[in-house]
Design a protein. Structure first.
Length: 364
């Protein structure tokens, strides 16, 4: 969770204006001198490179203690009513003293699939409330480090399962150019698995299939499958995805290829997925199936697959150009048959008339 500093470099240089030939007319000499002077001013004052938003001059890490010496985040297994104590270390990498606010907040999964933490003005209900830093602010001298001890107290009525939040350091700075205050935050994740029955579960919901046909009568089209992965259990879960589109009786199967796993979803969270499927044959009636294999990660980092879940949805995929050609062919066949019947009826009628005339002539 550490961002490297960005250095701003301003470059200055002198540009020497050459001596102009004396034989040039005075107006021409004046115009050339004005242009060269303007060019020198522009080159002597280049625009400095802008610093990227979110750059920080400090870093945070876990303290070395009985929980470990080199941890990427804080992770605990605590029974309801239990308490743990730990330490976060803040290091000032800048040249000026830093006074940072310290607070805890709940975590959530962003639309980009990354874990983020609520800002201080948002209300936390889980880890952000359970985590209590011993100080609300910390001052760190340049090149020095400071410890931030904290406790995590799980209430007795806490829901069993996974809860995720974080311990944050924050520095608000005024951006005079933009006229706003910038809040730069840096923190570490705090994951708590509350003791009790663990009930992991994922569901695939709101499945939808769209078919996009092509103009050619014998060309394949494409399909778009959308669905939502819902963490219905009480454990942090990700999912391995597979999507396929089939025609009637399972024929003409087309897979979407390798798909990335869903991000790790907190209990109750949803993740909307859109999957394009190319080269889909227009099978009149198509069925798309989305299969998700839940992946449960334990405290040691090992992953355990659970029973897969799936959802299916159908959609019409009529090849209209081919259907039009078939319809025209059927119309032509019907026309030929009707014309042949009409000609045969006329020929039969003429033959009957000839026989009748011949009989009448013989009788008379």
């Amino acid at each position: 969770m550490e961002n490297p500093p960005v250095h701003v470099l301003a470059v200055s240089r002198w540009i020497r204006i050459p001596r102009l030939p004396s034989r040039l007319p005075v107006p021409v000499r004046a115009a050339v001198l004005v242009l060269l002077t303007a060019l020198a001013l522009v080159c002597a004052h280049p625009t400095p490179a802008a610093a990227a938003d979110g750059d920080v001059s400090w870093r945070v890490r876990t303290g070395a203690n009985a929980y470990g010496d080199d941890r990427s985040s804080f992770s605990y297994a605590v029974n309801p009513g239990g308490t743990v104590e730990d330490t976060m270390v803040v290091t000032n990498r800048g040249r000026n003293p830093l006074r940072l606010a310290v607070y805890a907040s709940d975590g959530y999964t962003t639309d980009a699939g990354q874990l983020d933490l609520l800002t201080r003005d948002k209300r936390s209900t889980g880890v952000g409330v359970w985590t209590h830093p011993k100080v609300t602010s910390v001052t760190v001298a340049p090149g020095k480090s400071a410890d931030v001890p904290f406790t995590v107290t799980v209430p007795g009525n806490a829901t069993p399962g996974d809860h995720v939040g974080g311990l944050l350091t924050s520095l608000k700075q005024a951006d005079t150019a933009a006229g706003i205050n910038v809040d730069r935050r840096l923190g570490l994740r705090v994951a708590v698995r509350v003791g009790g029955e663990l009930k992991p579960g994922l569901a695939v919901e709101d499945a939808h299939l769209d078919y996009h046909g092509s103009a050619g009568p014998f060309s394949k089209g494409s399909a778009t499958v959308t669905y939502t992965v819902h963490n219905t259990g009480n454990a942090l879960l990700s999912g391995r995805q597979e999507v396929a589109v089939r025609g009637p009786f399972g024929w003409l199967r087309t897979g979407a290829g390798d798909l990335p796993d869903t991000p790790a979803l907190l209990p109750g969270e949803r993740w909307k997925v859109t999957v394009p499927v190319p080269d889909v044959a227009p099978g009149v009636r198509l069925t798309a199936t989305a299969t998700v294999l839940p992946l449960l990660t334990d405290a040691s980092g090992s992953t355990t697959p659970l029973d897969p879940v799936e959802a299916s949805v159908g959609a019409w995929a009529v090849p209209w150009a081919l259907a039009l050609i078939v319809l025209l062919l059927l119309a032509a066949v019907v026309a030929v048959v009707l014309l042949a019947r009409r000609n045969r009826a006329r020929r039969t009628a003429r033959e009957a008339a000839l026989v009748r005339d011949a009989v009448q002539a013989a009788l008379s």
